[in-house]
Design a protein around this ligand. Sequence first.
Ligand SMILES: Cc1cc2nc3c(=O)[nH]c(=O)nc-3n(C[C@H](O)[C@H](O)[C@H](O)COP(=O)(O)O)c2cc1C
Length: 229
Amino acid sequence: MDIVEAINQRKSVRAFKSDPVPREILKEIMEPALRAPSWGNTQPWEFAIATGKKLEEIRQAFAGKAAAAEEDNPDIPRPREFPQPYDTRYRAIGRKVLEMKGISREDKEKRKRWVLQGLRLFEAPCAIYIYIDRSFYQQGDGLNIWPLFDCGLVAENIMLLATRYGLGTIAQIQAVVYPDALRKALEIPDSKVIVLGIAVGYPDWDDPVNQFRSEREPLDNVSTWHGFD
Ligand SMILES: Cc1cc2nc3c(=O)[nH]c(=O)nc-3n(C[C@H](O)[C@H](O)[C@H](O)COP(=O)(O)O)c2cc1C
């Protein structure tokens, strides 16, 4: 598959079929994904890949915590605020997803159920959790954010490669908002910082939530060009 085709085809999938993803296919995705560049070739990423009963255990733990209104506490905190223009863009995607699901902003019950769906990884049959070593991230009283950047590069590789196999993906902060539950289920020690989850599975293209394409700012709005003429 051509790289531009893969880039254009990838989009966040928020409804999956239950068909399992074979381990062999996951290996064919993960191995080339590791060719991602990283700061000084440090390759700070580590992965826990979960499916079946183990993933169901995680879903239930997350759902239980949400039902108990337990405050979420991701290892990498959410943004504290969204200045403009980010706030507008962030709200637009949230609005679009709810619109596609036919959920009105006022319907608190349905919105809550939709958030729960997110915490359950939209029922994807597989999840790839990415984590890094705390010693490389927390240094003195500061943070070395470069391993997070490197995780982003490997995550995009995974998501692009997945399209080759007809798989859909979504990068999800929601998948890692209760890191203690993940540490317990996946035996990840405290010395690791859990960065991101990627839900993986065969998309349910009949679900309207998979039938829109998110917007992008035109290139001219986000770039300046220098020394070309
Ligand atoms: C780091 C990261 C975390 C994300 N977390 C979530 C999430 O928790 N729930 C969700 O529905 N989408 C999540 N997304 C998906 C974004 O909303 C999505 O990438 C964005 O709207 C652009 O749409 P596209 O992926 O379809 O191109 C996340 C994306 C990234 C890169």
